[in-house]
Design a protein around this ligand. Structure first.
Ligand SMILES: Cc1cc2nc3c(=O)[nH]c(=O)nc-3n(C[C@H](O)[C@H](O)[C@H](O)COP(=O)(O)O)c2cc1C
Length: 222
């Protein structure tokens, strides 16, 4: 598949078919993904792929934490957005709720949608990305970002949809409990993965981008 076509076509998938993903397919995705660059080739990324009972337990555990009103305590710094960045977050939610037919007043449906995120959007598998705490958070955030995008693009090649998700790892102790990831590792991000349900309304979303001229500065170019 053409790289540019893949970059333009990938999008976050928030509705999945229940079909399991063959382990060989996931292995091919991850084999390609670990070709990502990393600072001084440190490759400080570690990956756990979760499905079946373990994933069910994490989904249940996350929802229980959420329902109990427990404050999220992620291993990584996830300060709330402000200003224009917060506005883009709101705009995204408005677009998704519109597609899903969820009104502003419908607290029940909004809550149900929120919970779906903590259940990895009911994907049949989830990928947890983490790194050893001996490597700085700044370094590993960057390199895990690169491998995350590689995973999403390689998955797309194999007909799989993905959604990079912080919601899945906001209660890292739940993830630890059912995966065995030790405390010495910083759980950084998760990726929901599975075959897209193209009839699912939120999957119709094509997210907006700022025009190029608003984000690029050309130096010494005419
Ligand atoms: C670091 C990171 C965390 C994210 N966390 C979530 C999340 O918790 N829930 C969610 O629905 N989407 C999440 N996303 C997906 C973004 O909302 C999505 O990438 C963005 O809206 C652009 O849309 P696109 O991926 O379809 O191009 C996350 C993406 C990134 C890169």
């Amino acid at each position: 598949m053409d790289i540019i076509e893949a970059i333009y076509s990938r999008k976050s998938i928030r509705g999945y078919k229940p079909d399991p993903i063959p382990k060989e397919t996931l292995a091919k995705v991850l084999e390609a993904a670990i070709r990502a660059p990393s600072g001084t080739n440190s490759q400080a990324w570690e990956i756990t792929v979760v499905t079946g009972e373990a994933l069910d337990n994490i989904k249940r555990g996350n929802i229980e934490m959420l329902a109990s009103g427990a404050e999220p305590n992620p291993d990584v710094d996830l300060e709330p957005f402000s200003g224009v960045y917060r506005q883009r977050q709101i705009d995204l939610a408005i677009q998704i709720f519109k597609l899903m037919g969820i009104t502003r007043e419908d607290k029940e449906k909004r809550n149900a949608w929120f919970q779906k995120g903590y259940r990895f959007f009911d994907a049949p598998a989830a990928i947890i990305l983490y790194a050893d705490r001996s490597v700085s958070e700044a370094r590993t955030q960057f390199d895990l970002g690169l491998i995350a995008q590689n995973i999403c693009l390689a998955a797309f090649h194999y007909g799989l949809g993905t959604c990079i998700e912080q919601q899945g790892i906001l209660y890292p102790d739940v993830v630890r409990k059912f995966t065995g990831i030790p405390e010495s590792k910083r759980i950084t991000i998760s990726i929901a993965i599975g075959y897209p349900d193209w009839d699912f309304p939120a999957n119709k979303l094509v997210s907006a981008r700022e025009p190029l001229e608003n984000v690029v500065t050309w130096c010494d170019y005419e």
